[in-house]
Design a protein around this ligand. Structure first.
Ligand code: ACM
Length: 268
């Protein structure tokens, strides 16, 4: 399907409370209402549970199955109420395994998910590495892919999503390294797509998250950025035809000018 001319999309920045699903949903309820009128909204990483678990046992207790989740049912209800697509970080349990997941829902239910590939610090002790690749979803009004937080530092995954036709990358995050907000828009510049990084803020058991959620455009310009320490909802209009035009100059194409025969060392 042709992309519609403008898409209204944005982020919710908030501070999930570790282990308090009810209060996280109450807070999100208020913030999602402020996003009414948007087509798509992105919520931070592990928004149902919080991030800095004491141990794997605590993470496991706070995780849910995608098919049987109070949190995802809540997201679907909100998607229906406000006619929205919602992307949210989710502490996912499947059997005895845990995944740091991003789910995509609309009013009809779960459309798809992505499981974080590049785990950060203590996440190695808790989560499995993502095992479902890098899906791109055609929503009609745009094609979108998802990455989660520390995935930001690996250019390969951003490129793969561009090659699969993503117009927009949704990036639920709990960022701690202070320079991510500088670097991420460059992936958008190089791949010529929009990026929404929905970050959290606050300190959780000694780990401080940087807030400053942002949206960047197809030339790497930051269109809006939240402050470092407050609840924020921001929506922008995106012209998806700009993501579909991969010309850099009249003779240079961001993807077609690649030279894969020279890149064999990349997959060693
Ligand atoms: C991170 O990947 N949550 C830093």
């Amino acid at each position: 399907m042709e992309a519609q001319k403008t898409l209204k999309a944005g982020f919710i920045q908030f501070r999930p409370i570790l282990g308090d699903l009810q209060s996280n949903m109450e807070k999100l309820s208020v913030l999602i209402e402020q996003a009414a009128g948007a087509d798509l909204i992105v919520i931070p990483e592990l928004a149902n549970s919080g991030y800095n678990f004491k141990d794997r046992e605590q993470a496991f207790k706070l995780a849910e199955n995608v098919e049987k989740s109070v949190f995802i049912d809540f997201l679907i209800r909100k998607a229906k109420e406000f006619d929205l697509h919602i992307v949210s970080g989710f502490n996912e349990k499947e059997g005895d395994k845990l995944y740091n997941t991003s789910v995509l829902v609309d009013s009809n239910g779960v459309i798809g998910k992505y499981r974080k590939i590049h785990l950060f610090m203590n996440e190695f002790d808790i989560f499995e590495k993502g095992d479902i690749g890098l899906p791109v979803f055609d929503l009609g009004f745009c094609k979108m892919g998802m990455l989660i937080c520390f995935d930001w530092i690996f250019p390969e995954v951003w490129r793969i999503l561009a090659l699969k036709g993503a117009d927009l990358i949704c990036h639920p995050s709990n960022l701690v390294l202070p320079y991510a907000q500088q670097a991420v828009p460059v992936h958008g510049m190089i791949n010529k797509y929009y990026i929404i990084t929905a970050n959290r803020y606050g300190t959780e058991r000694g780990v401080t998250f940087s807030g400053k959620s942002f949206i960047s455009d197809t030339i790497g310009k930051t269109l809006v950025m939240a402050k470092g320490n407050e609840d924020t909802v921001k929506i922008v209009e995106m012209d998806i035809s700009k993501s579909r035009n991969k010309m850099i100059t009249e003779r240079n194409h961001a993807l077609d000018d690649r030279s894969p025969e020279d890149y064999a060392d990349l997959v060693l």
